[in-house]
Design a protein around this ligand. Structure first.
Ligand code: CA
Ligand code: CA
Length: 285
C-alpha cells in the first residue's frame, strides 16, 4: 500500500524513473475541507510523499492527474483544482512550480500530459461546460489553447502522445455517439487555414491584381488540396510534386531558379516554410 489512513484516492498516474523507481500522482481526499494533490516516490526502501497542491477543495469533484518524468527524472503533473482550474506543476529539485493552464471554464474529469523534445508540456483535458476536448501547449511564453473537437459531448478520458515531430496524437471518448476517437493534426488543413486567415488579414495577397490574381490564389489552394488527396491515397511522390509546384509559387524566387510567385505579403515566407516543412516530413527530395 502506498498511502492510506481513510483517504480517498482518485486519478492516480504512474511513471517509472531511470532507476526503476515508481512515481505516482493522485488526489488524497481528507474529508476535512483540505484535499491534497500528492506525489509519492519509491526511494528504494520506502515511499516519500510530497504534497503538490493543498488547494484542492470539495472531495469528489476533482478527478484526474497525469504524471510524466522529464530527462532529469523530475515529475511534471497536470491536475484539476476546485471547480474550474486545470493546473500544471513541475518539481524543480526543491519545490513545485505551479501554473494555471486554463481557468476560464469548468474543467473536470480527465487530463493527460506529454513533454516534447525540449521539455515543454502538452496537455489534453475535458471542458465539461462545453463538453469539448481541449489541448493546451506551452510555447515558451504562455499556454496556447485549442479546442480539438466540440461536436456533441466529446473529450473525456483523453490520452495524448507526441510523435517524433512533436505533433500531438490524441485518443478520447465521444459520449454523444459512444465512440472512441483519435485526433491528430492534418498539415494540409493547417496550411489551408493559414492561407485563409492570412488572406483575411491582408498579410497574403495575390501578386497580380484583379481576377487573374484571384485565379492564381485559387490555383494555389487547389494545389495544396490536391497534395492532401494524394497523401490520403498514399501517393507520396505525386504529393511531393504538387507541393513542389505550390512552393515554387510562394518561395519569393523568380525564374530561372523558380516559377513566378502567385502570392506575396508578410505571410508569404511563412507559408513557404510550412509547405517546405510538410515536404520534409513526407521525405520529398
Ligand atoms: Ca461540445
Ligand atoms: Ca517562385
Amino acid at each position: 500500500m502506498v498511502d492510506g489512513a481513510w483517504a480517498g484516492f482518485v486519478g492516480p498516474s504512474l511513471a517509472v524513473d531511470s532507476s526503476d523507481n515508481p512515481h505516482i500522482s493522485y488526489y488524497h481526499w481528507t474529508y476535512t475541507g483540505t484535499d491534497l494533490v500528492k506525489c509519492a516516490v519509491w526511494n528504494g526502501s520506502s515511499w516519500d510523499f510530497k504534497v503538490v497542491d493543498s488547494a484542492a477543495p470539495v472531495s469528489g469533484i476533482n478527478y484526474d492527474t497525469s504524471l510524466v518524468l522529464d530527462s532529469s527524472g523530475y515529475p511534471h503533473i497536470s491536475y484539476f483544482i476546485g471547480a474550474g482550474s486545470l493546473k500544471y506543476a513541475v518539481w524543480d529539485g526543491s519545490d513545485w512550480d505551479i501554473t494555471t493552464v486554463d481557468s476560464v471554464t469548468t474543467v473536470n474529469y480527465s487530463t493527460s500530459l506529454a513533454l516534447d523534445g525540449s521539455g515543454s508540456p502538452h496537455i489534453v483535458y475535458y471542458d465539461d461546460t462545453n463538453q469539448d476536448l481541449k489541448y493546451a501547449a506551452w510555447d515558451g511564453l504562455g499556454w496556447v489553447i485549442e479546442t480539438v473537437d466540440s461536436t456533441g459531448d466529446v473529450g473525456n478520458f483523453a490520452s495524448i502522445v507526441l510523435d517524433a515531430g512533436g505533433n500531438p496524437h490524441i485518443s478520447y471518448y465521444d459520449a454523444t455517439n459512444g465512440d472512441l476517437k483519435y485526433a491528430f493534426p492534418d498539415p494540409i488543413e493547417e496550411i489551408l487555414d493559414f492561407i485563409e486567415d492570412s488572406v483575411d488579414k491582408g498579410t497574403l495577397v495575390p501578386v497580380k491584381p484583379g481576377k487573374p490574381g484571384q485565379g492564381q490564389l485559387g490555383a494555389l489552394i487547389n494545389m495544396v488540396e490536391a497534395a492532401g488527396n494524394l497523401i490520403d491515397a498514399e501517393l507520396f511522390l505525386d504529393a511531393c510534386w504538387q507541393l513542389q509546384d505550390a512552393l515554387a509559387k510562394t518561395d519569393g524566387l523568380k525564374p530561372p531558379e523558380s516559377a513566378p510567385d502567385f502570392v506575396a505579403g508578410e505571410a508569404a515566407e511563412e507559408l513557404a516554410s510550412k509547405i517546405q516543412e510538410l515536404m520534409t516530413s513526407l521525405g520529398c527530395e
